[in-house]
Structures are given as structure tokens and as C-alpha cells.
Design a binder for this molecule. Structure first.
Ligand SMILES: O=C(O)CCC(=O)C(=O)O
Ligand SMILES: [Fe+2]
Length: 234
């Protein structure tokens, strides 16, 4: 087990074994991004995107830390350039299992992958996470809306920058709180994300609310899940 993953909820940074397709992946993504075509789940029809998730090193890191009975149910990419706002603090645990309410501290079934297709430093709309928030933090109530704008005081000391170089990736427990900053300056940046769940985990009928429930989450969009987006990961 990666010690940083255990402590902080997010792994060390690793390098993709095959970096020869990064240019092509960036080209494809830039085209999709400027067109009107949906950006989500293009692992289904764009081989160069799909292949990223089957990189040898990525596969090895995931297998070692999360096991070998996983499926990919969502991919997405985030191309940031001039004028792109922040993506505020959130977690990636969109559901638990079927209609079961989300159990934030269950680290057994939902995992996230973040791949840098370009360098992603602070100025380029870099990623930050709150160390250890996959576990209970005393005094920090996780009954929160899915996205929160301000950094709660009690976890402010946990905020950690995650600069990534092109071709690097991390894996993390999906309940870990993370965000990406507004684009500042320089060349654009592109990340590719993947969401994994353990085989046997079922989609809810319409989507699951965050634990906060009620008025706090009513305004949140309920994610749509498609069986057709699922592919075996390992
Ligand atoms: O901006 C990024 O690269 C990551 C975004 C993210 O974490 C997400 O939307 O789930
Ligand atoms: Fe995320």
C-alpha cells in the first residue's frame, strides 16, 4: 500500500509507463473541447483516451492499492485556459451502492484517477486537496453540499497543493475533498479523470444525495448514470 495514500488519502505521483500518446491525447481533447460534443465518457469511443486508463503503470498502481475487481464508470477531462474559473471543493463519491446513502468514510468501493496530459501547476489552474479527509476529522462535519466554496477553518491546515507534470498521475479515495483553482496564466492545461467502483456496486436509479440531504442538497444536480458507460477496468 502506498503510504501517502494511507495517510493522506491520495497517492504519490507516478508516471505513465507509456507517454508516447500524450500529444495525440491532447490534440483529441482540444478538438472535443472546442466543439459542441460532450466531453464526458469519451473512453467509450476514443481509443487514445481509453488507452490512458490501461497504461501499465496506472494499472499496477490501482491493482496494488485498490484491487483487481474494478470497473470504470466515468471519464472526463478538464481543459483550463484563459477565463476558466475554479472548481470548488468537492468529493467524487457520487453514489454508494444502489439506493444506499453515501457513506463518506467507506474507503472500499469508490476510487478516483487524475492524469496530467500537460503540466498542471498552480498558475494553470492547479489541483489542491485536503489531506486525510477520506477519514473522520474530529470537529469537521462532512454533512456538506457536494460543492463548497470556502475552506472550512477546521481543515484549512490540511490544504495541500498537487502540482503535476505532464504524464504524471495520482489515485485517491473518491471521498477525499479536492478542488482546482481558477486559471491564472501561461499555457492551458488538461487533466483526464477516471472514476472507478468495485464490481458489484450498483448505480442508483436517479442519483444519490450527499449526506447533508434536505434543503442543502436540493439545489445540487443529481448525477445521471449510464450502464453503457461502464467498462471493466481490471
Ligand atoms: O480540475 C481538475 O483537473 C479536476 C477536477 C475534478 O476534480 C472533478 O471535477 O472531479
Ligand atoms: Fe473531482
Amino acid at each position: 500500500m502506498d503510504p501517502r495514500l494511507q495517510d493522506e488519502g491520495l497517492s504519490d505521483t507516478y508516471q505513465l509507463a507509456d507517454q508516447s500518446t500524450l500529444d495525440e491525447a491532447c490534440k483529441v481533447v482540444s478538438k472535443l473541447n472546442t466543439g459542441a460534443r460532450a466531453l464526458m465518457d469519451r473512453h467509450l469511443d476514443v481509443p487514445v483516451i481509453k488507452d490512458l486508463f490501461f497504461d501499465k503503470k496506472l494499472q499496477a498502481v490501482v491493482a496494488e492499492n485498490f484491487g483487481t475487481d474494478l470497473f470504470l464508470w466515468r471519464s472526463n477531462f478538464f481543459a483550463k485556459g484563459e477565463g476558466c474559473p475554479q472548481i470548488s471543493w468537492h468529493h467524487d463519491r457520487h453514489f454508494e451502492d444502489g439506493e444506499s446513502p453515501i457513506d463518506i468514510y467507506n474507503t472500499d468501493n469508490h476510487f478516483s484517477i487524475l492524469i496530467a496530459l500537460t503540466d498542471i501547476d498552480r498558475e494553470a489552474g492547479g489541483v489542491e486537496y485536503m489531506k486525510g479527509t477520506q477519514q473522520r476529522v474530529e470537529g469537521f462535519d462532512r454533512d456538506l453540499p457536494r460543492h463548497i466554496g470556502d475552506t472550512p477553518e477546521i481543515v484549512a491546515g490540511r490544504v495541500t497543493e498537487l502540482p503535476l507534470k505532464r504524464g504524471e498521475f495520482v489515485v485517491f479515495y473518491s471521498s477525499l475533498l479536492h478542488r482546482s483553482l481558477a486559471f491564472g496564466e501561461g499555457e492551458g492545461r488538461i487533466s483526464m479523470v477516471g472514476r472507478l467502483a468495485r464490481q458489484g456496486t450498483r448505480f442508483p436509479e436517479v442519483g444519490a444525495q450527499n449526506p447533508a440531504g434536505g434543503a442543502q442538497t436540493e439545489a445540487e444536480p443529481i448525477a445521471k448514470f449510464k450502464e453503457s458507460s461502464k467498462i471493466p477496468f481490471n
